[in-house]
Design a protein around this ligand. Sequence first.
Ligand code: FAD
Length: 403
Amino acid sequence: HDHLVIVGASLAGVHAAEGARREGFTGRITMIGAEVHPPYDRPPLSKEHLHGDEPKIVLLRELKHFSDSLDVDLRLGVEAIALDVSNRILTTTAGDISYGSLVIATGSAPIQLQTEGPTDRVVTVRTWDDAQRIAAALRDARHVVVIGGGLIGSEVAAAARRRGAEATLIVRETAPLARAFGQTIGEKMTRLHERHGVSVRLTTTVKALRASGDSALVDLADGSKLSADLVVLGIGSRPATAWLRDSGLRMGTDGSIVCDVTMQAASGVFAAGDVASWPNPSHGLLTREENWTNAMNQGERAGRNAVAEEPVPYVAVPYFWMDLYDHRFQFCGVADELHVEILSRDEEGDPDLVFFGDGAGQLVGVMGRDQGRLFSRVRRLVNQDGSYAAATAIVETLLSSAA
Ligand code: FAD
């Protein structure tokens, strides 16, 4: 246990280092990261960073925190390329490093679409470099095509509208965000986008993508063709595990590192964040979470477990937030469609609060729009397996006290 090595210098990696120190670990910690930038926050990349010409990077911690408070040897611009689990050796672009325990926090990488021609007008959103490029392109883009109706695609389409560009959102599913929030809420999201001038194209996919020097052409499966100054891909991401090909670690069908309940993948090897899957004890199913809160909590737990005498299981209830058109949406649990109840206080019928029930009186998920305090109250019920009636009662009490 004398040397803890962390691969991936981002959210899960930083929290792993802090977790190990909080656990009382006094040995050496080395953290390596492929990017040259100090660890920074990703959610702003598809939000406020795109709202003006010159975004400012949001660092997770001041650089001196790593050396002074954490006593971490942070090596940036260094990539892990292979892992020898039996001899506990990590091979990197800057040489071999031997470890007592290892935390893998290499996150995920965006899925690309094959593009004919130069690719500078077809971009994904994962890194600070990506965000700078898109923010600059939005300065004079007239038409932006966003492919993918998930969280990132929705946020980028909204940002394009904010910057005055026309925006078309290509969605494979029957509604944007339907995978996260279910069909009922997805339809409301379609309406929301359309009210802000986004052209939403549902149940269609991209057949071909061609780019020339000054524009890109998108051929859709329904036969239509779109021309754009910028194409942004938000079609999902895959765990960054290609470098572990020969490691012998068990990989899931999605390419994630399969861990046990304590986030351990092999003797002395732990994983956390977007790259890891584990049998979440809250339901027992092998899951991979791709959100900020999980990367933080799971990173902390993996870091602690990597140096602890007695590893502790990691339990999570999915939670994430998203910003769209000056609204903050928060979601927790599962968007079970068996019972959906929408509380709306505006003329458009946009949901302020949504309860998802399992049809048997149990609250399994909740979504809120600009409902900070109310949302946290109901969220606690989802975390505690609360009944539907208890949630409704809380809301009624709060609404009547506000009136
Ligand atoms: P990452 O943040 O992906 O970091 C992994 C790091 O490892 C990267 O720096 C990478 O370069 C490095 N790396 C990869 N391979 C190697 C290697 N072989 N050697 C060395 N280093 C390597 N979540 C929310 O809950 N709400 C949001 O609103 C939200 N918005 C988002 C918007 C965008 C644009 C993106 C991209 C993500 C968003 N997320 C959001 C998700 C959240 O940011 C991620 O879940 C989180 O960053 C995962 O953290 P991580 O540390 O596991 O991985």
